[in-house]
Design a protein around this ligand. Structure first.
Ligand SMILES: N[C@@H](CCC(=O)N[C@@H](CS)C(=O)NCC(=O)O)C(=O)O
Length: 204
């Protein structure tokens, strides 16, 4: 497997999960600003969607979309408990988290990356995110991980989107459970290694 990634982007979740599985994989860095890979290739020729993550499978097929890439990688290493068995209710609960993190949190950050938008749009996006953080704060109360027992792909994805709060100067102290969740994830060896490889500083 070969992961096309951009340092600090949502592809960090797939990078973390690949490391958590212990399976062999390669990384190819993508510069989203120029649309070139680290070898100078045109990224759109590889992934016409033009965004990361993109996972090149060993048979030459390309898999995209965070929710799907994460599940695919987890299913390659069932013993790592990164996702419950397909078909179980627990799996649907995990997919529910993935959908929430993707559509409410990940995409909730969308307007914050575009400073050309009017201030009112920017502020509304921040308020909406704060509202979603309120929900997450209660969701992680008294639990180490979103699924309760095991670190899962949803935790890797949540950790990744929470890391963007530092960039946008969103103070997480009103959400202490989310802060401790971040710390709990950051100390995992696979997470530490992924952050280091991408040249990122652990939160805190
Ligand atoms: N629908 C995609 C969106 C992925 C996405 O938003 N990727 C961002 C980085 S976090 C990106 O590569 N943006 C560049 C672009 O959209 O051109 C998914 O869920 O995987």
């Amino acid at each position: 497997m070969k992961l096309f990634y951009t340092p600090g982007a949502c592809s960090l979740a797939s990078h973390i999960v690949l490391r958590e599985t212990g399976l062999p994989f390669d990384l190819v860095r993508v510069d989203l600003a120029t649309g070139k890979t680290e070898t100078g290739a045109d990224f759109r020729a590889i992934n016409p969607k033009g965004y990361v993550p993109a996972l090149l499978l060993d048979d030459g097929q390309l898999l995209t979309e965070n929710q799907v890439v994460l599940q695919y990688v987890a299913d390659q290493a069932p013993g790592s408990h990164l996702a419950p068995e397909f078909g179980s209710l627990a799996r649907y609960r995990l997919m529910e988290w993935l959908a929430f993190i993707s559509t409410e949190l990940h995409k909730g950050f969308g307007p914050l990356w575009n400073r050309q938008l009017p201030e009112v749009v920017y502020q509304l996006a921040r308020e909406r995110l704060a509202n979603r953080f309120d929900y997450m704060e209660r969701a992680v109360l008294g639990k180490d991980w979103l699924d309760g027992n095991h670190f899962s792909i949803a935790d890797a994805y949540l950790f990744t989107v929470l890391s963007w709060t530092a960039y946008h100067r969103i103070d997480l102290s009103p959400w202490p459970n989310l802060l401790t969740f971040q710390q709990r994830v950051a100390v995992r060896p696979a997470v530490h290694a992924a952050l280091k490889t991408e040249g990122l500083t652990p939160p805190g």
